[in-house]
Design a protein. Structure first.
Ligand code: GLN
Length: 257
């Protein structure tokens, strides 16, 4: 889409056979649906694993995946790097989760010492560590994208270090996120990475609409028929806080002996 009234918004779901854990496909579906429900034409464009990335999409959605599929995806993606860079230079949005986020950085070092070269869209390097970071996450984006608290689920070994001057997506209140510096994800212009699954955009409609604002402008602020988004967001935040409280009590009891 190149302006109001132009062709449909094209949301690319990249390599879903390899990068698609925990329903991450839902991120692309929600972006398309939130356009359509506002009367904005939108289509889901699946880019099958191994195929070259097309340059003309409006949004590129990358999901998570374990190390082997991630490495396989990296090999194909690197061949499409020029197309992706070109799209980003023309204002395309990249939204990448977990393995996808790691691949948007410069390198991912696996637990058994393999180096998987990333796309270099973000100044971020990732190294597998232990223990795995598993569980609910709450992060605060007030000072970055300004969409308040995000809720998500994480399951990863990677610890991600951001280069100087790279903005994190959020400050972690519950969970690990990047596992370094108390933050989750990274943002550079319209490239957004996060460790949050859920899938994260159905759980956080405000984040979905912020991404869409970059594509369809103020229309992304129009109300949208969505029976579940706000309720799911509130319920997941409540649950994460309750778990945090329970863990605090347990630690207190253990400390007292
Ligand atoms: N392979 C990566 C890690 O374990 C990503 C995992 C994921 O995408 N859930 O860090």
């Amino acid at each position: 889409m190149t302006g109001a009234g132009a062709s449909a918004v094209r949301v690319g779901l990249v390599y879903p056979e390899l990068l698609g854990t925990y329903g991450d496909r839902g991120n692309a579906v929600v972006l398309v649906e939130r356009c359509r429900r506002r009367g904005v034409a939108a289509e889901l464009v699946v880019v099958p694993a191994g195929e070259a990335l097309p340059a003309g999409l409006d949004v590129y959605v990358f999901g998570g995946g374990e190390d082997d599929p991630q490495e396989a995806a990296a090999a194909g993606l690197r061949q499409g790097r020029a197309a992706l860079e070109q799209a980003v230079a023309h204002g395309a949005v990249v939204f990448a989760v977990c393995a996808g986020f790691q691949l948007c950085g410069t390198v991912y070092s696996t637990g058994d010492g393999r180096r998987v070269e990333g796309l270099g869209l973000l100044d971020a390097t990732t190294e597998a560590g232990a223990p795995r970071c598993i569980g609910e996450v709450v992060s605060d984006t007030t000072d970055t994208l300004g969409v308040g608290l995000l809720t998500g689920f994480e399951n990863h070994a990677g610890r991600t270090r951001l280069g100087r001057g790279t903005t994190p997506l959020g400050r972690v209140l519950v969970g690990a996120g990047n596992g370094v510096g108390g933050v989750d994800g990274a943002v550079r212009d319209r490239v957004v990475g996060t460790y949050l699954h859920g899938p994260v955009l159905p759980r956080n409609p405000a984040l979905a609409d912020r991404l869409l604002e970059w594509v369809i402008g103020p229309a992304a602020r129009h109300a949208v028929a969505d029976r579940w988004g706000a309720a799911l967001h509130a319920e997941r935040l409540r649950e994460a806080r309750l778990r945090g409280l329970r863990a605090w009590w347990r630690d207190r009891r253990l400390a007292r002996g």
